[in-house]
Design a protein around this ligand. Sequence first.
Ligand code: BG6
Length: 473
Amino acid sequence: MESFALTIFGITSNLAQIKLIPALYDMEEKGILPDNMTIVGIARTAMSEMEFKNYIHSVLHLENIHHKHEIKEQVFQKLYKRLKYLNGQINDQNLYERLTKLLDRKNRIFYLATYPELYIQVFENLQKNKLNIQQDGWVRLMIEKPIGHDLKSAQELNKLLLEYFTEDQIYRLDHYLGKETLQNILTFRFANDIFEPMINKDHIDHIQILASEDFGIGKRGGYYDQVGALKDVGQNHQLQMLAFATMDAPSELSSKAVTKERIKILKNLTPLPQKIVYGQYEGYQKEVNVATDSNTDTFYALKTFINNERFKNVPVYIRAGKKLKQTVTEIAIIFKNPVNRLIKSNSGDEPNVLIYRIQPNEGIVLKILTKIPGLETKLQPEYMQYCYRIDPHNHYIPDPYERLLSDAMKGDQTFFNDAEEVETQWAFIDPLAENKNNPYIYKPGTWGPEEANKLIKEDGRTWLEPSMDFCRI
Ligand code: BG6
């Protein structure tokens, strides 16, 4: 691996604390970071070298649901040796002069873990100092979702990006694309021939996509209140989950071919502004940095269709929210009940369900009917399961940021969004967001407002209660 310098604008941001610094630690531990690679962290706060070291150390010891393992002092010291800190205002010329001096590597990655309003100042200053120019090496930019807040602003940001970088330098990051459990969907579907012939309208009754969290917005009110659930996770993570589960096989495993198939699904999604329900958890307006009369959604449930031959008339129901009953992310493909089922279950109709459980108890699971052992023929639903955490080989599941940083280091854009993909996602979301009505208030610890149940019940269906009966650890 070629050596390079990684500059993180916003090293004290929430993102850097919970995602980037832990991911870099893991990469250090595994020996993935190239020798002599340097990391420059930028923020406004003045910190001495010792204070910066303590800061990095304390961040690695923060409680973190995605990074729970032990921090080894030796690995920390090795990582810290690469780190340098620069403090200054983002528009301060002098900051970039100091940065230029530090960037001795020809290959560079700039990571924007800072507010979108500041991007332009970063770009202008990088340009003034020729830091975005590729000379005897490569320069890449990593930028987080959400890209813009609607189609128009996304188009403007994409245009702006292209004034300073070329498309192959821009790594638009939606960390769900880096999730092992999402990437394995492609392997499951395209490395095994037996399931793919069933993934279509002839066999599927409907699809459900869930991203529920049992916790609230924490200290992120300033960001979240401007965005809401639909734009925070619906516009990106959940649409990507749908794309992975329903896209056609790409012609090859290249960045262009895979992205093209994801985009085809996203382009075919039909927005149904009458079929979306918004919710807000009770007590949300009292959260820090949230407007006391806020009508921001912390929950939404919607119905859509993929307007192609393969999934014609197969409804897709998507829901997500904070302070719900459980923390679960999954895609469930509910198959049709056979018309003349020879052996019936006691409870009547019991469809087969294919579940991609993204988290927790990660797995790929098929719900089937089996005979209860005994002298009579009685049936029970059971799970055929592949479970990551009880994998006999004990493989380690990398954090998405580790995977995506590593892909950006290699120059592989397969699991990043290009401009067209991001804009296509907004084209689906905009008509839904424009028709936004006041959210229904729901009690924390429930599955959201009753209206969300009505949305699916009027089609004669119900939301699946996510099961914890498989892949138990
Ligand atoms: C982020 C959202 O993109 O994804 C958060 O801003 C959300 O609100 C998070 O909690 C979920 O990611 P994960 O990896 O914890 O499922």
